[in-house]
Design a protein around this ligand. Structure first.
Ligand SMILES: [Zn+2]
Length: 83
């Protein structure tokens, strides 16, 4: 439990900032399938861009990045080839 009247003077050494390498982020493909039959597949940025445009143009909805990512699914690699 954190006590507000307790002052930490020593530098905190156990906190480490974890940076996800860009390659891992770019390598991840997502897929979004809309109720109308439209689907989109690509990187996170591509899917978000395409879905927000689709939602606005076709359904008149303004989707946020969070909303798009909430319904997106990671594309699993095809069975052939390991690694
Ligand atoms: Zn749609």
């Amino acid at each position: 439990m954190w006590s507000p009247d307790r002052t930490v003077r020593e530098p905190v050494t156990w906190i480490r900032i974890v940076v996800v390498s860009p390659e891992e982020v770019i390598g991840l493909e997502l897929i979004v399938e809309c109720d109308c039959g439209w689907s989109c597949r690509g990187t996170e940025d591509e899917v978000v861009t395409a879905c927000t445009a689709h939602g606005r143009d076709v359904h008149g909805m303004d989707l946020t990045r969070e909303q798009v990512l909430a319904v997106s699914k990671p594309v699993e690699a095809d069975g052939d080839g390991a690694g």
